[in-house]
Design a protein around this ligand. Structure first.
Ligand SMILES: Nc1ncnc2c1ncn2[C@@H]1O[C@H](COP(=O)(O)OP(=O)(O)OP(=O)(O)O)[C@@H](O)[C@H]1O
Length: 511
């Protein structure tokens, strides 16, 4: 009892701290300790909940399919977040979101079963990936791309730290980040520049997985460029043909718009005929015709095998890339426009390149596939003669290639138009075949120009004379529509009656 009362007395004793009794001080300390523990626990619980919620933020089923309606911000209307560096922060801050994505785009349908017309999965490049993504099977892969939403309303994918993302697909290709492409092109260094065209600079790049690519960095301050970009991506992403440069994917971040193509390693036709590649030798006649035939097949595919058809709009020698087996790879769909199947033409601003542009297109802006066919005719004449379509360095009557050609052929001097650099000249028959095809393509009247599939057959007639022969015989005995009668008569003219070629050509040029 006495010890209890002495403890009480001790506790009740005033101590020096603010004059409080000792038990009050002890009580305060214990209380503060308990409160701080509680605070710590509640902060910890809140933090746990938040981080779990952020992981669950985009369940896979809620990730929007990215298709034709890719949400693109307006160029020029950028917020501070749109600055590329800020974008990087945004993207990579959000990269921890554990979301996979499945992006689907509309796949065009192929009307053709021609093995050359390798639409969709039958591509020569990365086809397994493209096919698996088309069937939507990539979502479960471990190496998936993550998607995050950005303040400007676009959707951006974030790269994993290592390796090329396997499945950031739009059904046909990759959705690259700016950082992927900066890495690939050595930060878009001057040494990587392949050239500059009307729509931007093209850089050589190497992806992290070792694939060589050509990155076309579009000029971003042109309203038109953004439109072209979207048209291009949507129109050609799914288009696959062995004579078309394959689009592997694209990048869209802030003001940046870039297209990533397969790299074609052997220059372009313009360089081989007139430029840097001449130091490697002169393209033989056979190589020229192989390139021309490949180009014709690519155009035939674009015009006639896919729905909706595609008009290239800028066929010219610098857009005909060449691989190391001298296969043509038609590039630059930056000017391509889709044509609705019901429309015979669309009106648009005059584009294309001087010297290749069909007369009616230049005058009226009316555009259909016949203008591509005119440009193809000019290209063929360029390959035969080694001359530029327009060359002001020549005498007045030779400046315009088409006009000069008509004059020469009209004067029965076709042998004199062949490129003097060719060591081995083509046979007369092969030369006249090429000239006749070219002159029909550059017919002033668009209606008289052959379809590209007819052009392909005409050019191939030499390779397959017996097949053409059989077809022609058959055509005489079966009832056929007007189109095929016309086509077969052209084949017959070319394939079977070489003696008539001079007069055919003269007829064409004097018409
Ligand atoms: N996929 C590619 N592989 C290799 N080189 C390419 C590729 N795409 C373009 N190039 C090269 O890049 C350069 C620029 O090409 P681009 O298509 O931009 O310009 P262009 O054809 O000269 O002009 P335009 O834009 O008027 O068509 C050309 O030398 C071209 O050969």
């Amino acid at each position: 009892m006495s010890s209890g009362s002495s403890l009480n007395a001790e506790l009740s004793k005033k101590i020096g701290f603010l004059g409080l009794k000792l038990w009050v001080v002890i009580g305060i300390c214990v209380g503060a300790f308990i409160v701080s523990i509680l605070c710590f626990l509640s902060i910890w619980v809140t933090f746990r909940r938040k981080s779990r919620r952020s992981l669950d933020k985009f369940p896979v089923t809620q990730i929007p399919n990215v298709s034709k309606d890719i949400n693109v911000d307006k160029v020029g209307a950028q917020s501070t977040h749109d600055h590329p560096d800020n974008l990087f922060l945004s993207v990579h801050e959000k990269a921890s979101d554990k979301n996979s994505e499945k992006m689907l785009v509309h796949l065009g349908t192929s009307k053709s079963s021609d093995p050359d017309n390798m639409s969709q999965c039958s591509s020569i490049y990365h086809h397994e990936r493209a096919c698996s993504s088309q069937s939507g099977e990539e979502g479960s892969s471990g190496n998936v791309r993550k998607q995050s939403s950005l303040p400007y309303g676009g959707l951006v994918t974030a790269s994993p730290l290592i390796g090329l993302p396997e499945v950031s697909h739009l059904g046909w290709g990759h959705w690259f980040t700016l950082r992927d492409l900066q890495f690939a092109t050595n930060r878009f260094s001057a040494e990587n520049v392949l050239g500059e065209g009307g729509y931007g600079v093209v850089y050589k790049g190497r992806l992290i997985n070792g694939t060589d690519v050509a990155v076309k960095k579009l000029l971003n301050n042109l309203g038109q460029a953004e439109k072209e970009f979207r048209v291009e991506v949507e129109a050609i992403g799914h288009v696959r043909h062995k004579n078309l440069v394959r689009l592997l994917g694209y990048c869209i971040e802030g003001v940046h718009r870039m297209l990533v193509y397969e790299y074609v390693n052997n220059g372009n036709l313009e360089q081989w005929l007139h430029g840097a590649m001449r130091q490697h030798g002169t393209l033989t006649w056979e190589a020229r015709m192989k390139v021309i035939l490949g180009t014709a097949k690519a155009l035939s595919y674009l015009h006639e095998a896919i729905e909706p058809k595609v008009v290239h709009r800028d066929i010219k020698s610098s857009n005909i890339l060449i691989d190391d087996e001298f296969n043509a790879k038609v590039s630059d769909f930056g000017l391509a426009k889709l044509l609705g199947s019901g429309e015979s033409h669309i009106t648009t601003r005059v584009m294309g390149t001087f010297g290749y542009v069909a007369p009616e297109y230049a005058n009226t802006g009316l555009l259909n596939e016949k203008s591509d066919i005119y440009s193809f005719g000019v290209l063929l004449l360029e390959a035969v003669t080694g001359r530029d379509p327009v060359d002001y360095g020549r005498p007045a009557n030779e400046v315009n290639l088409v006009e000069w050609l008509k004059l020469m052929v009209g004067a029965r001097r076709s042998e004199d138009v062949v490129d003097p650099n060719l060591e081995v000249k083509p046979s007369t028959r092969a030369l006249k075949r090429a000239l006749l095809v070219a002159l029909r393509c550059v017919d002033h009247d668009a209606e008289n120009r052959p379809k590209m599939s007819q052009v392909v057959r005409m050019l191939e007639a030499d390779e397959y004379p017996f097949r053409e022969d059989r077809r022609n015989r058959k055509s005489r005995t079966t009832s056929m529509d007007i189109e095929s009668v016309k086509e077969n008569s052209i084949s017959a003219d070319i394939g079977n009656k070489p003696g008539d070629l001079e007069s055919q050509i003269s007829e064409t040029t004097h018409a």
